[in-house]
Each structure stands twice: as C-alpha cells, then as structure tokens.
Design a protein around this ligand. Sequence first.
Ligand SMILES: C[S@@+](CC[C@H](N)C(=O)[O-])C[C@H]1O[C@@H](n2cnc3c(N)ncnc32)[C@H](O)[C@@H]1O
Length: 309
Amino acid sequence: MDILKLLKINILVVVTELGRGKLLREVAREVFGEGVASKVWGRIEVIGDIAVIRKPPDLDIGVLRVLAQELLKRLKYVKSVWAAITPIEGAYRIRQYVHLAGEPRSVTLYKEHGCIFKIDITKVYISPALNYEHIRIAKQVQDGEFIINMFAGAGLFSIIIAKHAKPKKVISIDINPHAYELMKENVKLNKVGDVVEPVLGDAGEVVLKYKETADRILMPLPELAYKYIPRALYALKKEGIIHVYDFISAEKEEQAIEQAKIKYLTKLKELKTQPQIQHARTVRSVGPRYYQVTLDIKIMKSLHYRLCV
Ligand SMILES: C[S@@+](CC[C@H](N)C(=O)[O-])C[C@H]1O[C@@H](n2cnc3c(N)ncnc32)[C@H](O)[C@@H]1O
C-alpha cells in the first residue's frame, strides 16, 4: 500500500463531503432509478482507502455490488468498498461486513490529527465520528499527567494525546486481542512507545493495579462507563478528571445532556465524591431521540470516600 499517498488524503474533508449522503443516492438513481435510490442509506464512511456503506434490509447485496463498482470509478482514492450488514455489536463493538468491490482487503491506514493508524475494519472499532473528541481531550491534557484509557480500541485517543500533549504515561487498555495487536503496531508507527503502554484485558480488572495513580481516566465505551465508575474512581487520584461516554434516550439533545449530568452526578455523590461537570456535549445522534453524550467531570474524593469496587 502506498502510505505516502494515503497520508495526503484529507479524511475530514472526504467524510464531510460524503457524509451529506448525496453521492451514493445519485449513483443509485443513475444506475437503478428512484426506487433503489430512495432505499439506499446515503452515508458513506471512508476509513483510509476503504469506503463502507450500509446494507438496507430491503436491498439485495447484488445491487450494492453494482453501486460499489461505480463508487470505485468515481472516488479514485477508494480502493476497496465494503457493506456493513449489522449494527455495531458485541463486547468488541464491531460490525459484520461483506466485501463488495475493489481490493479484497479490510486493512487500511487511517490518518487523524497528524497520526497514522493501521486499522482492520472487520476486527476493531473505528469511527471517524470520534475525530473531534480525540483532539478535544488531547488539548486538555497537562504536562506530566498519568492517564488511563480504559477502552482504547486501536489506540486513537491514547496516541493522539501522546502526540499533541506531554503526558507522563497513557495506560491504554482493550479487551479485544486484535485491537491490542493493532494498538501495539500503531504505537510503533507513531513512535510513542515511551508514553503509551498497551494492555490487553478487562479494564475493570486492569485498573485495580493502579490504585489512586491516575490524573485523568477516559471511559469511551457507553455500554460500560457507568458500571465501571467505581473501578475508575479506584484508580483516580484524590483529585482528577474522568471523561465518560453514554447513550441517553431523550426528546431533545439538551435534555439528553441534562439527563446524563443527573445520572453521573447522582452516582458520584453516592460514592462520596464531589463531582463538578466541566464540560458536556453530544457526540452524535445515534438514532431517533437517542444520543451519545460525553461529560468531562472533575472529581474530588471527600473525606468519607472509601475505596470500593
Ligand atoms: C467504542 S470502542 C473504543 C473506541 C476508541 N477509544 C477510539 O477512539 O476509536 C470501545 C472499546 O472497548 C473495548 N472493550 C469492551 N469491553 C471492554 C472491557 N471490559 N475492558 C476493556 N476494553 C473493553 C472494545 O473492544 C472496544 O475496542
């Protein structure tokens, strides 16, 4: 694979341009007519030189293969097109895919914020939607911080933090062995081996080795963040910051944020800490009236706080 060529691709521009959902519908309209065009899911996700489209339940995979061939002709930087045939699922948070057209490979190099990541889209979680979150958190990191990333995937938060800030250490945990292997390669690719330490395992267990050592803890897994709050507190210094991610059902975005604040403040106060929300935002809408929300929470452990897991 031509790495330099890939490095030149401005992924953000590509995703924004394609995210409007016009291209795939236009292609479908030209090739099959309005009936098919109205059924396709317009969004195209581009990861490195791989394009991913969704398979709507009522469209045959053969139709998508024809569309994929057309995409290859029109998007010269795309070398392989895949269909995601399931939602993100399971402990490893990955989708099932079917190869549609182009080079039959699922591995690519993905660039974000000046870092390069080897990604196998079929084996590890990847979402360009976290692009802004990665840099937003990195910009908050102070010199010398000891950081734990509990759900690191292929290492995006950890490596971007190591490149854009000066932490002392980023313990970077994932339970998926493929994510762990890719993370190790990505640490080497980005030359951050002195700072980022990949760890394979259940974050809930691994953090027990780091009693009250972390200045900052990242919890980018909405399905487990809330449950693992006591574990994160165990590893957090008497005073520190946690970044939680959660899915919240609400009529409106602002309500989702308010609900998330109440949910976490209540829990953290029950655990005898003094929490202070420093920032709250929705990362994205993940369905009708369903939002991914993130909170940056400064925590001070009160005198009544007892280490418990
Ligand atoms: C949403 S993804 C993380 C995304 C990643 N931080 C990024 O920026 O691309 C969540 C990750 O948590 C991992 N995971 C799930 N359960 C876990 C656990 N108990 N301990 C550690 N990692 C876990 C999954 O394998 C997955 O890679």
